[in-house]
Design a protein around this ligand. Structure first.
Ligand code: ASP
Length: 371
């Protein structure tokens, strides 16, 4: 047998060894159990924006990540270099520079990274002034004993690590959209809370209908996960979060187990969409746990979508059919390189890059129709 064995072979060898140990009660019957990692089919998956935006260059995020990974780069370095393209592209209004700001017109960014083989993680939340929060999250992973830095502290850390702090990450476009939102929702400064929340919902819907906001980018994010041929798995999630959020609101993206989870022996899952639903169910952790118990990435995520649907009982979060009135998407890979994109509702696509190239593939879904 060569240095690599396939997973079935590994499982069989492992099972035989444990059976003979159990029967014999002594080690004498068992050949030494060599823990060899099974070979994986290399793949990078991400939200669809990972195969759309190029920031004026020639490659998308999944292309860049895959190419670096295949060239021998550390998997996390490759994924972060990929999402940097989207963070820096002013045209993606859901991530990094030019992300839609909070209700005060300030862009606050969230990100997390996880490194499977090293079993390390880092994250930042409500970070202002740095275009590439994923690089700051990686610095938290590499340079500190902590997993999550927030707000001013995160910014101070970034400055100390040599990141340029900019006074404002708005573009003319994102500021224009915020001004439009402000003008429509707050014509007399403040309405009573009920009218204000009704106005917010109405205005979001109007701005989407008029093409001023991408419907998906009221929320919006990039999650990117990859596994190389050695079976090394990493993941990154980065976002400007919910558009017009209450200042200080932190979504799922920087929270380990919610917006991202990696178990180096099992797989990775990450998410985009309504972060509150994901935080409540710690969905990415649950998906990876499902895979640890033997489920395929697709089944693991569909099962968790069912759980999220069950956890959604507040009337304001339900549509006329009694189903969740929001979207949520999951990007999932396992240690063999099997992958899935799974969303609550049909009609979504996700980005994939393999040796066959980069493409958008349709996502599996739990529910038909629209939120
Ligand atoms: N999940 C992100 C958040 O809630 C936003 C998104 O992915 O659309 O902050």
């Amino acid at each position: 047998m060569g240095s690599r064995i396939n997973r079935r072979g590994f499982v069989r060898a492992g099972t035989a060894a444990s059976v003979s140990l159990a029967i014999g009660g002594k080690a004498e019957a068992a050949a030494p159990q060599v823990m060899q990692r099974s070979a994986a089919t290399p793949v990078v998956v991400s939200s669809d924006n990972g195969n759309v935006y190029r920031n004026g260059g020639s490659q998308t995020a999944v292309e860049k990540s895959f190419q670096m990974m295949m060239g021998g780069s550390d998997v996390l370095d490759a994924l972060v270099a990929g999402v940097n393209i989207v963070e820096l592209d002013p045209l993606d209004t859901s991530v990094g520079y030019g992300g839609l700001p909070n209700a005060d017109g300030v862009v606050q960014l969230d990100s997390s990274v996880m490194h499977g083989p090293k079993k390390r993680a880092g994250g930042v939340a409500a970070l202002e002034g740095v275009r590439t929060p994923s690089l700051v999250a990686k610095a938290v992973l590499e340079q500190t004993d902590h997993h999550l830095l927030v707000g001013e502290g995160a910014q101070r850390f970034a400055r100390n690590m040599g990141f340029a702090i900019e006074p404002d990450l708005n573009t003319e476009r994102s500021r224009g959209r915020w001004l439009e939102w402000k003008r429509r929702t707050d014509p007399l400064h403040y309405l009573d809370p009920k009218s204000r929340s009704d106005a917010e919902c109405r205005v979001r819907a109007e701005m989407v209908a008029e093409g001023l906001m991408d419907g998906r980018h009221q929320y919006g994010t990039i999650n990117c996960d990859g596994v190389n041929a050695k079976g090394e798995i990493c993941g990154v999630t980065t976002t400007s979060g919910l558009a017009w959020k209450i200042p200080g609101r932190v979504g799922d993206s920087p929270i380990l187990g919610a917006g991202l989870y990696v178990n180096g022996e099992v797989g990775a899952a990450g998410s985009t969409g309504r972060g509150e639903a994901n935080l409540f169910s710690l969905a990415s952790y649950q998906i990876v746990e499902n895979m640890r118990l033997g489920m395929h990435p697709k089944d693991a995520a569909i099962d968790v979508c069912r759980r999220i649907q069950k956890n959604t009982i507040e009337k304001r979060l339900l549509n006329d059919g009694g189903h969740p009135n929001f979207g949520l998407e999951f990007y999932v890979i396992n240690a063999r390189g099997q992958y899935a994109g799974v969303s609550l509702y049909e009609g979504q696509r996700f980005a994939v890059c393999t040796e066959q190239g980069a493409r958008l593939e349709p996502m599996e879904s739990l529910l038909s129709g629209k939120p």
